[in-house]
Unconditional design. Structure first.
Length: 197
């Protein structure tokens, strides 16, 4: 994100807080798409993603989120809020989920319980994109967040660390493990397709 975009966000936020509706609309148009895609990939549900985006922007509009431009840029802050809302949304389901055990090679086995989430399939008609989406949905949330934010939304290590509230070393570690798990899943899928052809 360029310095002029960051400055524009700060100016728009100041105008929005003084009651200018057009400033809120401009912020919404600028950030809504990326937040929706993040929430959609993270949750697997278009309805959940829309609800998360609505909550984020309502919090921004009412100033209940208390964004401070001196502590970082708005984009990273909004991703962090969306991530926290998604974690809160998943909390009841995760309380009942069992932890996966490492396999004989020390790799984590991922639960495929989120396979029922198919709203994204209608949006992504590209087979490769669908394979990646499925593989992403099978990653543990901590790895999924880092991979989506870094690889798909081009946030820096520092920004991902701020959004996920972890240190940069943990970002690197989770990104490496998440990429390896994705590669393993995609390679397994590709070899299955080749055998069946």
């Amino acid at each position: 994100m360029t310095i002029s975009t960051i400055t524009a966000d700060t100016d728009l936020l100041r105008q929005m807080r003084s009651g200018t509706a057009a400033a809120f609309q401009a912020l919404y148009r600028r950030h809504q798409g990326a937040l929706f895609r993040f929430a959609l990939l993270r949750s697997g549900s278009a309805d959940t993603a829309a609800d998360i985006v609505q909550e984020v922007f309502m919090g921004l509009l009412t100033d209940s989120l208390r964004f401070d431009p001196l502590r970082g840029e708005l984009r990273a802050f909004l991703f962090g809020v969306a991530r926290n809302l998604l974690l809160k949304h998943e909390e009841p389901r995760l309380r009942h989920a069992s932890l996966s055990e490492p396999d004989e090679e020390g790799e984590l086995e991922f639960d495929s319980g989120s396979e029922a989430a198919e709203p994204l399939a209608r949006m992504l008609d590209n087979e490769v994109a669908e394979e990646v989406r499925r593989a992403l949905s099978l990653l543990p949330p901590a790895y999924r967040d880092v991979v989506i934010l870094y690889e798909l939304h081009d946030l820096s290590y520092l920004e991902v660390a701020a959004v996920c509230q972890i240190d940069i070393g943990t970002v690197r570690s989770r990104l490496s493990r998440g990429r390896a798990a994705l590669a393993k899943r995609l390679a397994a899928h590709r070899s299955t397709l080749i055998k069946s052809a």
